[in-house]
Design a protein around this ligand. Structure first.
Ligand code: IPE
Ligand code: IPE
Ligand code: MG
Length: 252
């Protein structure tokens, strides 16, 4: 007979009790396909990114309407610096514009903004705007919008491991006592519910260094829709698909 390990965490606790009836407390999206959307229309890539911002606005509204506790959006990866200077500068310009334009709507709608990733390495005016927006929405308890900026999941895990190593070296936690819970608590996503649903647009089927740890038991949803065309109906379709899945968490 194989003895089951002591388990102080029920499936309910793992899945998180409560939340909306459809069961998606936290969805994340790899917003991909802006360049292809523009190319199809013989437009510059920047035009695709611009329309991508409209899709962000619509999707955040839809997430609120659908009762999601958190929506995490992959906006700029730690690898996206490989793009041309012009494209990076276009993306940063759109980010500045987005923050300035959306702040009132976030505050009016009780949205909490969280930025994950090494955003402190961005230009100083953007860092200031982000810190200000996070501080001003910190007490909002509606949907959390987490934006991944200069984000790489491996980098996030390394930063978390370093932080635990510092605590262990200072004698704050014995090395043998370190658990997955301790590591999760050091990740940028520590304040978010467990990830239920991971969506990638544009037909690509890879994670591209996004939420590797957090995706352990997330349901994956891939759609051919290009990000600028994504909207409330597409988010709803992903959630409907999630509802039809059977989550097992290693059980039977
Ligand atoms: C996603 O669209 C936006 C970012 C990565 C910033 P892409 O720019 O990757 O679009 P494709 O993949 O080239 O179509
Ligand atoms: C992932 O998309 C990053 C974001 C959506 C911000 P990419 O377009 O950069 O990913 P790859 O290069 O196709 O893997
Ligand atoms: Mg892409």
């Amino acid at each position: 007979m194989i003895l089951a390990p002591a388990n102080d965490e029920s499936d309910d606790a793992r899945q998180g009790a409560g939340g909306p009836a459809h069961g998606v407390r936290h969805a994340a999206i790899i917003m991909d396909g802006n360049g292809r959307w523009a190319k199809k229309r013989h437009l510059p890539r920047a035009a695709g990114h611009k329309r991508g911002v409209d899709a962000v606005r619509n999707t955040v509204r839809a997430a609120r309407d659908l009762g999601l506790e958190a929506l995490t959006l992959y906006a700029f990866s730690s690898e996206n610096w490989k793009r041309s200077e012009e494209e990076v500068s276009d993306l940063m310009g759109l980010l500045r514009h987005f923050i300035k334009k959306e702040i009132d709507e976030f505050i009016a709608n009780n949205v909490r903004l969280l930025v994950i990733g090494n955003y402190k390495a961005l230009e100083s005016d953007i860092v200031e705007m982000i810190d200000d927006l996070m501080a001003r929405t910190a007490h909002n308890d509606g949907t959390t919008l987490a934006i991944a900026l200069n984000y790489g999941s491996q980098d996030e895990i390394v930063r978390a491991a370093r932080s635990l190593a510092v605590k262990a070296a200072a004698g704050e936690i014995p090395v043998d006592a370190i658990t997955d819970g301790h590591l999760a608590a050091e990740l940028d996503t520590a304040s978010l519910p467990p990830l239920d649903l991971l969506i990638r647009t544009s037909g690509e089927k890879r994670l591209s260094n996004f939420l590797l740890w957090q995706s352990a038991y997330a349901e994956m949803y891939f759609t051919d829709v290009l990000w600028p065309d994504f909207g409330a109906d597409d988010l709803k379709a992903a959630i409907d698909c999630f509802v039809s899945r059977e989550r097992r968490f290693g059980g039977r």
